[in-house]
Design a protein around this ligand. Structure first.
Ligand code: SF4
Length: 319
């Protein structure tokens, strides 16, 4: 048994993305996004299955046009994990994927255009029990906000989010979650902290365009780590210029570090030094690879000598 996390989570309203609860007392879910061509149904299904095997709770798929919406319907029939359709601007795509069984729509109401279009999307979402994710991104702020603030700022991100939220509020639709992503850690953290104090809906955390496997992991861990430590965040996506499966692994490692989720092996390993009695690094790499399919929460220690391992003296010498 692992000790519970000392983090006190912000109390958010709970929504459901398919069978996965997000917010409230639900575990923080880990999600990723496919990077295959959505029109290539077989490749996209194969990647979603890899993500499912890695433990993904939710998977997002880009649906740029109506042809992709039809492909999305075929993909949806082949997989179990809840799917979010990522849609920009074209409300008709949202209406079509709602018919095809989508589990969540990522669409910004303020970008859809005329009020009746927003109304149509919200009605489809309401009738089918589909939540919406409002996804604000520092790189694509509305022109008037860019002009008002001069450059992306936390206040600009939050103002944009609140506008989209107002659209849903006016239609009395509360089944949504929100993200305010930026590549800059300070900006994202400040925006999420501000937003967390304004709304009760769940927050989807992410540092966008974080970087490659190593640099993006570090940046995301710092940004999301600060927010998660504050108790902010109900679902996370680690954005890496890497295999999406890595995003899931890193996401879970983050949550495991903060004792917010326990899944699979929690490794404890010394960095190794000249005292090592075996090759610690090679052993660690092999164990990580060989035990990656284990989902049962377990602590595994790889300690190179007795100094910090069994029979450890009162004052550790190194590590
Ligand atoms: S436990 Fe510490 S002292 Fe022993 S091998 Fe590992 S790093 Fe070196």
């Amino acid at each position: 048994m692992h000790a519970p996390s000392p983090i006190k989570r912000r109390h958010s309203r709970q929504i459901h993305v398919g069978h996965v609860a997000v917010g409230g007392d639900a575990p923080i879910s880990v999600q990723s996004m496919t990077n295959t061509d959505t029109l290539d149904v077989a490749a996209t299904v194969a990647q979603i299955r890899q993500l499912e095997t890695a433990g993904a709770d939710i998977v997002r798929v880009s649906v740029p046009d109506m042809e992709a919406a039809e492909a999305f319907g075929k993909i949806k029939r082949e997989v179990q994990v809840p799917l979010v359709a990522d849609i920009h601007f074209d409300y008709k795509i949202a209406l079509r994927v709602a018919e095809l069984g989508v589990d969540c729509l990522r669409i910004n109401p303020g970008n859809i255009g005329r009020e009746e279009r927003v109304r149509a999307v919200v009605s489809a979402a309401r009738d089918n029990g589909i939540p919406i994710r409002i996804g604000v991104n520092a790189g694509s702020l509305e022109k008037d906000l860019q002009k008002k603030y001069g450059e992306p700022t936390p206040a600009a991100l939050v103002e944009s989010a609140m506008r989209h939220i107002d659209h849903l509020d006016r239609l009395d639709f509360q089944e949504f979650k929100v993200s305010v992503k930026a590549s800059d850690v300070f900006m994202a953290v400040a925006a999420y902290r501000d937003l967390a104090s304004r709304i009760e809906q769940p927050l989807h955390l992410g540092i966008t365009e974080a970087g490659g496997l190593r640099s993006g992991t570090v940046k995301s861990s710092i940004g999301l780590g600060m927010l998660l430590m504050d108790g902010i965040g109900d679902t996370i996506r680690v954005s890496l210029a890497a295999d999406p499966v890595e995003e899931i692994k890193v996401g879970f490692d983050m949550l495991k570090s903060l004792k917010l989720r326990s899944k699979g092996i929690n490794f404890i390993a010394c960095p190794s030094c000249s005292r090592q009695n075996f090759d610690v690094i090679d052993t660690m790499n092999q164990l990580e690879e060989r035990l990656e399919d284990i989902m049962t929460p377990l602590d595994v220690s790889v300690i190179g000598c007795v100094v910090n391992g069994p029979g450890k003296p009162r004052k550790p010498i190194s590590a």
